[in-house]
Design a protein around this ligand. Structure first.
Ligand code: SF4
Length: 61
């Protein structure tokens, strides 16, 4: 299963990934953090990575 990683420098804190995958991402100080890399039970975070407006989320093996 792929694990999401957020590039803090790139993230603009829009919260979209948190809305899509609240089990995986959390917003803190206007930055998204991965709180549970294996918490996605539906899309392996593909949707979150896809919706990020600044492409701050990468999926790693
Ligand atoms: S969708 Fe992208 S820019 Fe928005 S909070 Fe998540 S990582 Fe940050």
């Amino acid at each position: 299963m792929k694990k999401p990683v957020v590039d803090e420098d790139t993230c603009v804190g829009c919260g979209s990934c948190v809305e899509i995958c609240p089990n995986v991402f959390e917003l803190k100080n206007d930055k998204a953090y991965v709180i549970n890399p294996e918490g996605c039970d539906s899309c392996d975070c593909e949707a979150a990575a896809g919706i990020c407006p600044v492409e701050a989320i990468t999926l790693t093996d």
